[in-house]
Design a protein around this ligand. Structure first.
Ligand code: ASP
Length: 329
């Protein structure tokens, strides 16, 4: 799985003069994990493999990135065995499975839903918000009302096995609110970004959020700029991990902004991870990971702790890649 290769990427002096160098940016020599020409799909964690394939069905027929990203993450949302995405997700402290999702296209149009219950495909509701309303985000009852008015069916949650786990958790955690260990064992948020044959970028992010969170809590995943950001001139980025830490540094938009200033996708993700590390004195279990693609087809990822990996799909690759990381657990 350790298939990372580091290359030296050089920018021409002409290109450099167009860029506003940031402190710490090494514009002449940056590391990246790979480059591809043609369509590419990148998504967080092992569940990304299947999602990428569904996205690829769209891209390989010349379809648009926005359709690919929605098609991709719907697979993860539909997987009832997935405990961190969709209606199979773990509930909050009070036993409610609340879902968050957002989507963004190549025209910087975006839509999001948060704190929404009982709808199997939050990503499609987010897309409907984007395409049929003047708004970007609907939450809670408003999002549920909008979903049912737009033909999305009610799903019953939590699943009996999820409820059983929650009851056990409640008994064992009377006073404490533990931080979850974010890793591929508890499968996480799916953030999926793609570039189509036209070179257009889009992204989607969907989750049931931090298991056993406070009722009403919303993390980074449905927040444009935190859990997902796309700028079709520059690139796309998405995140997973403790959403509070990602929101504090405007994570995904910062990754894209750093790419605008000459950072490779990997270096941009690393710089944002470094900011998270700097701003948190207690890093216990504070896992956060980012993945990114730039407009030229370079891609990469980085996380605070070891163990974060992402799925890559191109015309020649279909595999997991271990992201670089700052430290071991
Ligand atoms: N980022 C998600 C949240 O904070 C959780 C995750 O990715 O594990 O809700």
């Amino acid at each position: 799985m350790k298939r990372r290769a580091f290359f030296k990427a050089g920018l021409s002096l002409g290109a450099i003069s167009l860029l506003e160098p940031l402190k710490g940016a090494n514009l002449l020599s940056s590391s990246f994990e790979g480059v591809t020409s043609g369509p590419i799909v990148l998504s967080t964690w092992i569940h990304g493999l299947e999602a990428n394939r569904a996205a690829w069905e769209v891209l390989s027929k010349g379809g648009k990135a926005i359709d690919a990203v929605e098609n991709g993450v719907r697979i993860t949302e539909a997987d009832l065995a997935n405990r961190s995405v969709g209606i199979g997700g773990r509930p909050d402290r009070d036993g409610h499975v609340t879902l968050d999702a957002c989507i963004m296209d190549e025209k910087s149009r975006c839509g999001a839903v948060a704190f929404m219950e009982g709808i199997a495909h939050p990503i499609s509701v987010a897309r409907a918000v984007m395409e049929t309303t003047q708004h970007v985000m609907l939450v809670g009852e408003g999002a549920e009302k909008f979903a049912s008015e737009n033909g999305f069916k009610k799903a019953k949650m939590p699943l009996p096995e999820v409820k059983k786990d929650w009851e056990k958790w409640k008994k064992e955690n009377k006073d404490v609110f533990k931080k979850p260990i974010i890793n591929h064992e508890n499968h996480d948020t799916i953030g999926l970004i793609a570039m189509d044959a036209n070179g257009d970028l889009s992204g989607a992010c969907t989750t049931s959020g931090w298991a056993y969170k406070m009722h009403g809590r919303v993390g980074d995943s449905p927040i444009i700029g935190a859990g997902l950001f796309v700028d079709n001139e520059i690139g796309a980025a998405t995140s997973t991990g403790i959403g509070e830490a990602i929101i504090r540094v405007a994570g995904s938009s910062m990754v894209v902004e750093l790419m605008r200033h000459g950072y490779s996708p990997t270096d941009a993700c690393k710089e944002v991870v470094n900011r998270i590390i700097k701003k948190h004195s207690d890093l216990t279990n504070l896992q956060c990971g980012f993945i990114a693609i730039d407009k030229k087809g370079n891609f990469g990822g980085y996380s605070v702790y070891a163990g974060f990996n992402y799925a890559l799909k191109t015309s020649t690759e279909d595999k997991m890649v271990d992201a670089g990381f700052d430290r071991n657990w």
